[in-house]
Design a protein around this ligand. Structure first.
Ligand code: G4P
Ligand code: NA
Ligand code: NA
Length: 194
């Protein structure tokens, strides 16, 4: 997605060879017209898959996931990271280990919002080691729902997540794939399109 690549080139800040900061349009301040384009692009790629629900994890996944849900005319459910007063028993939960933060968190989704009849599209802002995605996959498995695929705004292709998910036969659609963040520079993996 060229407009997204351009935005990353102009506004992205390479914090280290592993971390890209995009807080001016995605992770803190959000650019609604870019989010709308992102939603349209995911909707286009997964059109025909009969998606019934979008899922993501709070908080940074919500922007792109909501725009996708709007385009596909289906609800969005975001997994919660904190224990909520009103979210107690009837929940599916999974543990997610964050390499970045070196800590484990628990994510949960109320059982009433996903069922075996659902065809789920997972959307997230970043794909790094894939731990958040694996947590959501575990929740989808518990609900006996069907995972149609995973839509990622920025995949860091030099980390293991994308490879791991694809090896499991999961369809992963990333709008941009970053090959490297070396020398303070963002290099994209150029897609060979069939
Ligand atoms: P993983 O799920 O792919 O294994 O990711 P990891 O544990 O490495 O990342 C933890 C958090 O950091 C996630 O957000 C993830 O989206 C984010 N993240 C990973 N790599 C980058 C990066 O290069 N740049 C930025 N800006 N974020 C990155 P989170 O803490 O779960 O939540 P939230 O920010 O959505 O609230
Ligand atoms: Na995220
Ligand atoms: Na994040």
């Amino acid at each position: 997605m060229e407009s997204l690549k351009k935005k990353i080139q102009v506004e992205g800040i390479v914090l280290s060879s592993e971390v890209l900061k995009v807080d001016s349009f995605l992770n803190h301040q959000m650019d609604p017209s870019l989010m709308k384009q992102i939603g349209e692009e995911f909707a286009k790629r997964f059109r025909g898959e009969n998606v019934t629900k979008i899922v993501t994890v709070e908080s940074s996944g919500i922007g792109p996931a909501l725009m996708t849900a709007y385009e596909m005319n289906v609800p969005l459910i975001f997994a919660r990271k904190r224990k909520s007063l009103t979210l107690k028993n009837d929940v599916y939960t999974a543990k997610v280990f964050s390499f970045t933060k070196q800590e484990e968190t628990e994510i949960s989704i109320s059982q009433k919002f996903i069922s075996e009849h659902d065809r789920i599209l997972m959307i997230d802002d970043f794909l790094a080691n894939g731990q958040a995605a694996l947590g959501l996959i575990e929740i989808i498995r518990q609900a006996r729902a069907h995972l149609v695929g995973v839509g990622i705004v920025i995949e860091k292709a030099f980390q293991a997540g994308g490879e791991q998910l694809r090896r499991r036969g999961i369809r992963v659609e990333s709008l941009v794939r970053v090959q490297s963040l070396k020398d303070g520079k963002v290099t994209f993996l150029e897609e060979v399109t069939a």
